[in-house]
Design a protein around this ligand. Structure first.
Ligand code: ADQ
Length: 754
């Protein structure tokens, strides 16, 4: 198509020029033809006059002038000669043939004959007028007037015009043909050459590198393209306000409203049957759900997850789907049912006893069982089938969530080769040595490399992953652009720090003082209590044990806090089917009891353990009531509790104590950063937080709030989806170029699939 445009751009002016040239040339050609024939007729006339001169003179002298008429009649046998007249020196017409126009006398004939265009139009057409002196003039005779027929000149001229026009058409056609051939050859050559150069090949295919003179140009073009991409990504980072509207418009512009499918193990809403027979809807305590749910509400896609609630089956339609959230119905939840055996092997076994401790390096030995691995693979297959069944096109955008689905990206790629697969790994990625103990490390990495984009919370986790690939597979790693090419398929490995849905509208919020009063009343605590809180799933990676040790050490070191410092730990029961978790929970209860026995007294219990699920409002109230929020994870991908605490404190008061091993520590540097393994340091940090002046609290909290507000969950999703949009655009362009440069370009005009 492009070639045709180029050709038309050259050809149309060319043909117009030829046409104008023809219009100018034709009258000139006519005049030249006439002159040429006039000269010819004059020569013929002179010859006729010389031939007749003697015979005419003789007849005149003999007085036999009638013989002259006979001579004229014979001369007129020449088909071009139409009439003859004999003139005297005094312009008297002595004799003329029948066809001679009576209106033409000798004087007029002489005047016409000397003109540049000696033509006269008479009855029957145009004639050439020639006056020729008789070679040897006789008595009383002087010259002959010869009239030649000119119609043959018009005929000749018409023929010449026809030939000329035919010649111009032929010339135009030949030039068009040559232009097309040259343009085709040079355009293809140019496109192929550019593609080759951009791929690092040569202008001519077999060359492995561009010719030396083009090498600087080629690498400059490649570098410039990469720079433009990087600049674009940086510009996205500069956009300070990310909200659902912005995310929605990004989906419409960059992903053109393409279908978005999320896959995770944990579902965003569970239907549970209570003891009294009612069905209630519950949101699970999960960082993943906290982060992905607002994004899904903005995208209106489909979320595929394990249906694990006791009344889940009652809430779905015949296709296992239901609209959620209850009430507003902004997207579709598709539930996948797992048998107990499947759940045991895939979820409790391989995911939580194998991968979870493996990636958190948290002094709990990972357990790898062959049967768990088989079940993990089987369940990943089942989810891949569900994605294929839910896909409305062959190229949906699929967001694969977390370590439960390491094999899923490659399985989706098999079923939907054109899908854009974004995988986000919510937990840390360990160093290659630690990961190396997994018996199926190769399969897991190959599964993940089925992704278009693989996201981690921090650069550090990306680096660990890339190093692990480097040690395990034959893959091409481009460190500069953070990409891995494995089996001709490129995966971008990038950091996208996850976050929360920042609350812009706080109008309905209960004032901090009222929250504090309610919480203190409920816990029966005096108003001057220094209240520290911890909010976690009941998991050994969250550093709950280390936190309790630090509280104990604080009371030991600074007895002035006994009676005034209270630590409330909210711990949602989790993975209770696993022995490791049950033992851990028991141990925590034991340590809390010991501290309470040691420092508690009538009316004072230093550690309050609330081992139950709380709804979002209750947690929000607790965050607002607290003086200190304690996050001491031993290893945490990000940790959203720290960000939720910051978001809840619009009074700019409260202190965050944060583990340096949580991904959040890289963003929230105004928190009091601690090493949770160092009990002394954490105890000191608790004291510092409890005694921090209000002004310093305000300063730190204001800065933390600015960071979390800017880096909210819509930025997390937006950056990832914008990168996906860029990939899709690049693939579409590549497909289009491919089509244009194939030998048969008949598809040039075919609509581009978008
Ligand atoms: P989690 O390990 O689940 O997430 P986290 O990021 O702290 O950890 O999120 C926990 C979520 O559960 C928070 O939204 C919190 O409010 C909620 N929650 C905690 N205790 C609760 C309770 N008792 N009742 C109700 N809700 C409770 C994983 C990774 C993290 C990563 C997230 C997101 O381990 O590192 O930050 O995914 O990627």
């Amino acid at each position: 198509m492009k070639t045709l445009h180029l050709q038309l751009r050259f050809l149309i002016p060319l043909l117009l020029t030829l046409l104008v040239a023809a219009l100018v040339a034709l009258p000139v050609l006519d005049s030249l033809t006439l002159r040429w024939f006039a000269r010819d007729l004059n020569n013929r006339g002179t010859l006729v006059a010389n031939t007749l001169a003697d015979a005419i003179n003789e007849a005149q002298m003999d007085g036999k002038t009638w013989r002259v008429q006979g001579l004229f009649e014979r001369a007129l046998q020449d088909e071009r000669l139409v009439a003859i007249a004999l003139c005297s020196p005094s312009n008297e017409m002595l004799r003329r043939t029948d066809g001679f126009p009576p209106s033409l006398d000798c004087a007029q004939a002489r005047d016409i004959a000397v003109q540049a265009d000696p033509r006269l139009v008479v009855e029957g057409g145009a004639v050439h007028v020639g006056v020729h002196a008789l070679g040897t003039p006789g008595p009383g005779v002087d010259s002959l007037v010869l009239l030649h027929d000119l119609s043959f000149i018009d005929r000749r001229s018409l023929d010449t015009r026809r030939y000329l026009i035919a010649f111009i058409v032929l010339l135009g056609f030949t030039m068009a043909l040559i232009t097309m051939v040259v343009a085709q050859i040079s355009w293809r050559g140019w496109v192929n050459g550019m593609r080759g150069i951009l791929r690092g090949e040569g202008l001519v295919r077999p060359l492995l590198a561009p010719p030396p003179e083009l090498q600087p140009f080629a690498s400059e073009v490649r570098a410039r393209l990469r720079d433009l991409e990087d600049e674009y990504r940086r510009s996205l980072d500069l956009v300070s306000v990310w909200n659902p509207e912005r995310l929605r418009s990004l989906l419409l512009t960059q992903l053109r409203g393409d279908q978005v499918i999320v896959v995770s193990n944990r579902e965003p809403y569970l239907h549970e049957r209570t003891d009294d027979g009612r069905v209630i809807v519950r949101r699970p305590a999960s960082g993943l759900v906290t982060a992905v749910e607002p994004v899904m509400r903005a995208c209106s896609g489909t979320w595929i997850a394990h249906g694990s609630g006791s009344a889940d089956r009652e809430a779905v339609d015949a296709h296992d789907r239901l609209p959620v959230p209850p009430g507003t119905k902004e997207y579709t939840l598709r539930r996948v049912w797992l048998t107990e055996e499947e759940e045991r092997g895939y979820y409790n076994g391989f995911a939580n006893e194998g991968l979870w401790p493996l990636c958190h390096v948290a002094h709990v030995r990972p357990v790898f069982r062959e049967s768990d691995w088989e079940m993990y693979r089987h369940v990943n297959e089942r989810f891949a089938d569900a994605v294929a069944a839910e896909a409305r096109s062959d190229d949906p955008v699929v967001l694969v969530q977390d370590y439960h689905f390491a094999l899923l990206p490659a399985m989706i790629r098999e079923r939907l080769p054109r899908a854009t697969i974004l995988t986000f790994w919510h937990i840390p990625w360990p160093n290659p040595e630690s990961f190396g103990i997994c018996p199926w490390r190769r399969e897991i990495i190959e599964g993940l490399l089925g992704s278009t984009i693989l996201g981690f919370h921090t650069r550090f986790h990306c680096k660990n992953f890339i190093e692990t690939v480097d040690r395990s597979l034959e893959a091409r790693i481009e460190h500069e652009h953070s990409t891995i090419v494995f089996r001709d398929k490129e995966t971008l490995v990038e950091s996208y720090p996850i976050s929360i849905d920042w609350p812009e509208d706080t109008t309905g919020w209960v004032p901090v003082a009222a929250c504090r009063q309610r919480v203190l009343q409920r816990l029966e605590l005096p108003p001057d209590t220094c209240l520290a809180v911890g909010v976690d799933r009941f998991d050994y990676t969250k550093g709950i044990l280390e936190r309790l040790h630090a509280v104990e050490r604080l009371l030991e070191k600074r007895p002035e806090w006994i009676g005034r410092f209270v630590f409330v730990q909210v711990a949602a029961p989790t993975r209770s089917a696993l022995e490791e978790y049950r033992a851990f929970q028991q141990r925590i209860h034991g340590v809390a009891d010991r501290i309470n026995q040691r420092y508690g007294r009538l009316g004072y219990t230093p550690v309050r353990l609330l081992a139950e699920h709380h709804d979002a409002e209750a947690l929000h109230e607790l965050y607002r009531a607290a003086n200190i929020c304690v996050v001491t994870s031993l290893h945490d991908g990000m940790n959203l509790v720290s960000k939720e605490f910051v978001a809840a404190r619009d009074d700019e008061q409260g202190v965050l104590v944060l583990s340096r091993f949580a991904g959040a520590a890289r963003e929230l540097s105004e928190a009091l950063i601690v090493n949770p393994y160092h009990v002394e340091e954490t105890a000191d940090a608790l004291h510092r937080a409890a005694t921090m002046p209000a002004a310093e609290q305000r300063e730190r909290m204001a800065s933390l709030r600015m960071t979390v507000r800017e880096n909210n969950v819509f930025r997390w999703a937006g950056r990832m989806l914008a990168d996906a949009g860029r990939f899709r655009l690049r693939e579409r362009i590549a497909a289009r170029v491919q089509r244009h440069t194939l030998p048969d370009t008949a598809e040039d005009e075919a609509p581009v699939h978008t």
